[in-house]
Design a protein around this ligand. Structure first.
Ligand code: CS2
Length: 504
């Protein structure tokens, strides 16, 4: 819905709205911050203030402030869309987090988001916050495509039009990378210590990735600056996990009714939450370990476990479930054949590629995932997860495929998932209706779909040509292309339900 519907209600008075002055009147069942928001300083700038960050990183920092007050308020930045700012500014940055499962719903108003900025409207304001001495961390959830990189190699895409723009006009950046670089350059010039850059996106080695991209970008601006960034800026890796579907109108209505005043943009999530972070914060950090964050030396095993088991299964559910006509993850998982396929995918294909993190139990982790995917209180749309497949496939499905092929092992279910993505980006569903394919490469995907006109062999061959997705190796390996093309043939001929039932 357009922003007006979220933020403006004709005739609404401030007291009808969730905000600082209406907090005192909230029902006792709704938890709310007891700490002194008025004395909270901005210590973190967050780029990409969406539902995920509000239900994850902000929820941890809010819990921390409740235990131990400190200078860790958050300035939330949207790069382009004004929607979050328009909804939360009249609420003084306050919003409700609804934690839901079959057992019910718990509500808490989160208080650590102090202000909301829209970079596209006012880049100077964002750069000013990022160069404040009090700011010690910049966190990011800008989604995979927000890194403007080549997903297959993890290198900066130097030809990306927004990156070109940010190199030409460094003081008016458009991308997260451009903002980080300009703010760091200003801090360096002012003799201020750099902030720590903490990526919270679902990328393999997300800290290493942002470090690599940022260094290259800085080097293109000026080699000496590039060397300084490489030397001085810490970019710890992190694994983030919490399922946070897009908020619906029904969520807004239900939460507002429970509050007795309107919350234009609550977040709705599950009870499960996990955050594993490498402890490299030279400028200091909140004592997040006191509220459940796992601070470790090496995030890699956690991240691979999560990307392959959770996100790999999610993408499989998204493409196959959507094609089968299922609207949500839990609807898809209610179909026994799909549930069996997902379990077998983890048991027989993705799970065996993992080196589990210390103390983690693979069987328990998979059991918990199945329960989480089945959560009937979340309406997590298959269409939402299906977005940006070109950015997600490498780490979720293609890297486990590489590991299995290297070990000479079969990839039937993983190949079916890749074929389902291909069937999905063909752009027409099994009933002949158009699919709204959202992807940074959508134009190229549509061109390929049009040119290959539903011929599975030609469609697959053309898509394999996307080197940024499949790399140079997989398209040349018949042990990969063979099963994918075979599965794609069957998806076109028999439909997703029949193929899932036969493959499960
Ligand atoms: C999902 C993730 O939309 C997607 O691609 O797979 O957002 C997923 O819900 C989170 O990573 C869970 O931690």
């Amino acid at each position: 819905p357009p922003a007006e519907r979220r933020s403006e209600n004709p005739g609404e008075r401030p007291s009808d709205r969730l905000n600082a002055s209406s907090l005192a009147a909230l029902p006792a069942a709704v938890a709310q911050p007891a700490y002194d928001r008025g004395h909270l300083e901005i210590g973190i700038v967050h780029l990409g203030v969406g539902a995920f960050q509000r239900a994850h990183q902000a929820a941890y920092t809010d819990a921390l402030l409740e235990r131990e007050f400190g200078p860790w308020g958050i300035a939330g930045v949207s790069l382009r869309s004004p929607d979050t700012r328009d909804a939360l500014e009249p609420q003084d940055g306050l919003y409700t987090m609804a934690v839901r499962d079959a057992g019910g719903e718990r509500l808490r108003v989160i208080g650590c988001l102090l202000e909301l900025l829209v970079a596209h409207e006012d880049p100077d304001a964002v750069l000013e916050r990022m160069t404040r001495p009090s700011v010690r961390i910049v966190t990011l959830t800008v989604t995979e495509k927000g890194y403007c990189h080549d997903p297959a190699t993890g290198a900066l895409n130097e030809g990306h039009p927004d990156i070109r723009h940010d190199l030409d006009m460094p003081a008016k950046p458009r991308t997260a990378i451009g903002f980080l670089a300009e703010a760091l350059a200003r801090r360096r010039a002012a003799g201020l210590a750099p902030f720590t850059v903490l990526s919270c996106d679902n990328l393999p080695g997300n800290g290493d990735t942002v470090a690599r991209i940022l260094r290259r970008f800085a080097e293109l601006r000026d080699p000496a600056f590039g060397a300084w960034v490489a030397d001085a800026v810490a970019c710890p890796n992190s694994m983030v996990d919490r399922i946070v579907p897009a908020t619906t109108e029904a969520d807004r209505a239900r939460v507002s009714a429970a509050l007795g005043r309107r919350d234009a943009w609550p977040v709705v999530t599950e009870p499960f939450t996990q955050w594993v972070v490498e402890d490299r914060f030279p400028a200091g950090r909140p004592a997040w370990e006191t509220v459940g964050v796992e601070l470790v030396a090496d995030v890699h095993p956690y991240e691979t476990m999560k990307l392959r088991l959770l996100n790999g299964s999610h993408s499989t559910i998204a493409y196959l479930g959507y094609l089968a006509g299922y609207e949500t993850v839990s609807d898809t998982m209610a179909d026994q054949d799909f549930a069996t396929l997902v379990r077998n995918l983890m048991d027989q294909e993705t799970g065996p590629t993992l080196h589990m993190p210390p103390g983690a139990d693979l069987e328990q982790y998979k059991d918990a995932l199945i329960t989480r995917f089945r959560n009937p209180a979340l309406r997590h749309r298959t269409w939402q997860i299906a977005m940006d497949g070109t950015q997600k496939l490498p780490q979720r499905l293609l890297n486990p495929i590489r590991d299995r092929l290297a070990a000479g092992l079969p990839i039937d279910r993983l190949a079916l998932a890749v074929a389902a993505w291909m069937r999905y980006v063909a752009g027409t569903d099994e009933k002949g209706q158009p699919i709204d394919v959202r992807d940074p490469l959508a134009a190229g995907l549509a061109e390929i779909a049009g040119r290959t006109a539903g011929d599975p062999e030609r469609l697959a061959t053309a898509l394999f040509g996307l080197t940024a997705v499949f790399g140079e190796d997989l398209p040349r390996d018949p042990r990969f292309t063979g099963p994918v093309v075979a599965a794609l043939h069957r998806l076109f001929a028999e439909g997703a339900r029949a193929v899932v039932a036969a493959t499960a």
